[in-house]
Ligand binder design. Structure first.
Ligand SMILES: O=C(O)c1ccccc1NCC(=O)[C@H](O)[C@H](O)COP(=O)(O)O
Length: 264
């Protein structure tokens, strides 16, 4: 059983506890629920640059704790002040030391769209995302059926949430209706070995229609990788560990943003 499936086993219990406390209608009462979303798709597909989705991630299954002096609000402010295209907030507690509270706290002063980075296996988590200020959610093709991908995407879109649909391998492609899911994340992390290889993005994107927005995810830490991604016209990158392990997050984001600009 790879790490994703281990996470899903824990998630099933968490979701059943969540459903004991909340329903769709209880989430509808939240102040965020009826607010307009910030447009995630538009923000991460701007031309002239590789768009940066900067992630707030205290720990990971592959590396353990990434940042000891972790303050989610300060990190979010740094990302907002340095013109990132979107911010991804890990909300999983057990494996990433995140929290839904982090998302809610940050949503009160957001300046760019927020992606809720979670392992979504039930529609109640989609309503919970909206109620806590998300503008977009992650769906992971490996842990969902084709019908779940379709239904969860429709539910999210109906409440104004964009969907980043993540794939890891060629095996997941036939579950996807690309006319319905136009934002595709390609994860470069091998879930058996945790090794990362940006070539996974280049191999898989060959099989994805040109009109899709492509996000390369995981293990992106160098200008060389950024240059290759720009050459292949990838729209956006999702980057966590590089910033979380930096002694100075602000200067790392500034440097990274310079790499991401296309030459005019
Ligand atoms: O980060 C992990 O170790 C991990 C393990 C198992 C499932 C998912 C995992 N990460 C989630 C992500 O997709 C990354 O946080 C995201 O792409 C950013 O990656 P990185 O820049 O390498 O932190």
């Amino acid at each position: 059983m790879n790490i994703l499936h281990q996470i899903v086993e824990v998630k099933k219990n968490e979701v059943s506890e969540l459903k004991k406390k909340y329903s769709k209608s209880s989430f509808e009462d939240s102040p965020f629920y009826n607010k307009n979303s910030f447009g995630f798709a538009k923000s991460i597909s701007k031309s002239g640059q590789l768009n940066l989705i900067a992630e707030i991630k205290k720990a990971s299954p592959s590396k353990g704790v990434l940042r000891i002096n972790f303050n989610h609000k300060e990190i979010a402010k740094t990302y907002f002040d340095n013109s990132t295209s979107a911010v991804s907030v890990l909300t999983d507690e057990k494996f990433f030391q995140g929290s839904i509270k982090h998302l809610n706290d940050i949503a009160h002063f957001k300046k760019v769209p927020l992606l809720r980075k979670e392992f979504i296996i039930d529609e109640v988590q989609i309503y919970e995302s909206k109620a806590n200020g998300a503008d977009a959610i992650l769906l992971i093709a490996e842990i969902l059926s084709a019908n779940q991908i379709k239904d969860f995407t429709s539910i999210a879109n109906d409440i104004n949430l964009d969907v980043l649909l993540e794939i890891h391998s060629v095996n997941q492609l036939d579950k996807i209706d690309f006319s319905h899911n136009k934002i595709i994340g390609i994860n470069n992390r091998n879930l058996e070995t945790f090794s990362v290889d940006v070539n996974n993005t280049f191999e898989l994107m060959k099989q994805i229609p040109n009109e899709c927005i492509i996000v390369s995810e995981s293990g992106i830490t160098s200008q060389l990788a950024i240059n290759k991604l720009k050459d292949k016209k990838v729209n956006a990158v999702l980057v966590g560990e590089f910033f979380m392990t930096s002694a100075n997050i602000e200067s790392s984001v500034k440097e990274f943003q310079k790499w991401c600009k296309h030459e005019s």
